[in-house]
Design a protein around this ligand. Structure first.
Ligand code: HEM
Length: 422
């Protein structure tokens, strides 16, 4: 038996999802229970699960028939190439993943703390004072700079500024939903997004391959590129993983930071306790990612049927948690509507907390993302007093695989006088 789901035409389900995914899935959960099927136009049916326990059962397929890579390939392969942990599966994926894990472990990334703080401070100093602006875009400047300097290991001012211009364009043109939808032969239509994407991508590659060549001639360095050059990976494989970390790592973290301020500016009693108690700050970041998970799902493409309770999900379908609902499961998070960082201070962390997915495909950059969030929040709060011009909470808007604040977290900044000393 397959899990129940709405009988609406797939085009209607798709449009509903795009307009209001959390609202739609909350309704479906109420109607059908913790597991249900949604049908999107042009894709295999997707079974969503909404409890931590069911999610773990799906993640267990990472040891066999769950192909997270295939679920992403159609949308990402033209950007990340053929050698990316995002899109590989099976043994080739594991080979890459084993090499990518060590430079991104908590202990390794802890060494980036001062660099992250310096990059953040440099950028925060350029923010406008006294008039509202979109915080998310400013956060993205910071997280992009972190990728360029600490992951790509590029410091030359000319190259850094070239990449600052090129990388957002690469993502914008390559991320166009038209690209995966267009058959290969139509992609080359002049003036479409694809030819521009190809041009930008070639320029980015020229910089990255040149950097790889130069660094091979002078080995060492504590950035992620330096560490990958120490492995058996070839130049193309390294290029693909650098773009992978850019794609997976900078918009997500910027959106996480935007949500952190969107929430905190509406909770003065929590804000007052920040940022100097490191354990509390860590708990606040985790609670923000619980109530506003950035990535809303972590699907697996099944290559064997999967039994979940009384249901059997056929091979060829997608199955995965809808993370905002798992994070709202009162069995895992009592009074889930309450913002309560203490959940992460007292006792062991619930396994239903999954802003970074789970199983073997768990986000490789989770420790870096958490560190960035803590350090950047701290730098902002030491320097500026932020307020939200409108106290109404910002709605969640779908942006690719993320849920972002609808107004990109509008804030007004004032210099903190006297500045707190970090
Ligand atoms: C707040 C920030 C971030 C969030 C919310 C996030 C979330 C996620 C999620 C949900 C997944 C899918 C996991 C699964 O399928 O079970 C994922 C995968 C991944 N993330 Fe992140 N991520 C963040 C930051 C980063 C950063 C900073 C990097 C790199 C430096 C990164 C690199 C990756 C990669 C490479 C994968 C694919 C892993 C694989 O399939 O083996 N992410 N992330």
């Amino acid at each position: 038996m397959i899990p129940p789901g709405p009988r609406l035409p797939s085009a209607v389900q798709t449009a509903w999802f795009i307009r209001d995914a959390p609202g739609m899935l909350t309704r479906l959960r109420r109607k059908y229970g913790p597991i249900f099927t949604v049908r999107f136009t042009g894709l295999p049916p997707e079974v969503y699960v909404t409890t931590g326990e069911l999610a773990e059962q799906v993640f267990r397929t990472d040891h066999g028939g769950g192909r997270a890579g295939e679920a992403r390939r159609e949308f990402l392969a033209h950007m990340v190439g053929e050698h990316s942990v995002l899109t590989l599966d099976g043994d080739p994926w594991w080979r890459h993943r084993k090499l990518l894990n060590p430079p991104l472990r908590a202990k390794q990334v802890a060494g980036y703390r001062d660099d992250i703080a310096a990059i953040a401070a440099e950028r925060i100093a350029t923010w406008p004072l006294g008039r509202p602006f979109a915080l998310r875009d400013r956060m993205q400047d910071i997280t992009l700079e972190i990728i360029i300097r600490l992951i790509f290991g590029i410091h030359d001012a000319g190259r850094v500024s070239r990449l600052r211009a090129l990388l957002p364009e690469l993502i914008e043109t390559g991320g166009s939903p038209l690209i995966p939808m267009l058959p290969e032969r139509f992609r080359r239509i002049p003036f479409g997004p694809y030819p521009r994407f190809v041009r930008v991508s070639a320029e980015v590659d020229a910089i990255l391959f040149d950097e790889i060549r130069r660094r091979r001639a002078a080995p060492g360095g504590t950035d992620v590129l330096g560490r990958l050059l120490d492995t058996e990976l070839g130049d193309h494989e390294i290029r693909d993983e650098l773009i992978t970390m850019l794609l997976a790592g900078h918009e997500t973290t910027a959106t996480g930071l935007a949500w952190a301020f969107e929430r905190l500016l509406r909770m003065p009693e929590i804000l007052d306790r920040l940022p100097d108690d490191e354990a509390y700050l860590d708990a606040v970041v985790k609670e923000v990612l619980r109530v506003r998970p950035v990535v809303y799902e972590a699907p697996r493409m099944l290559d064997a049927p999967l039994r979940l309770g009384e249901y059997e999900i056929p091979a060829g379908w997608y199955a995965g948690p809808f993370i905002p609902l798992v994070h709202h499961d009162p069995a895992a998070f009592p009074e889930p509507d309450e913002f309560r960082p203490e959940r992460f201070l007292d006792g062991p962390q619930s396994r239903a907390w999954m802003p970074f997915g789970g199983g073997r495909r768990f986000c490789v950059g989770a420790q870096l993302a958490l560190l960035e969030m803590r350090v950047i929040i701290r730098e902002v709060l030491h320097r500026l007093e932020l307020t939200a011009p409108d106290q109404a909470p910002e709605a969640r808007r779908l942006k690719n695989v993320t849920l972002a604040p609808a107004n990109l977290t509008r804030v007004t900044a004032r210099a903190r006088t006297p500045a707190r000393t970090p």
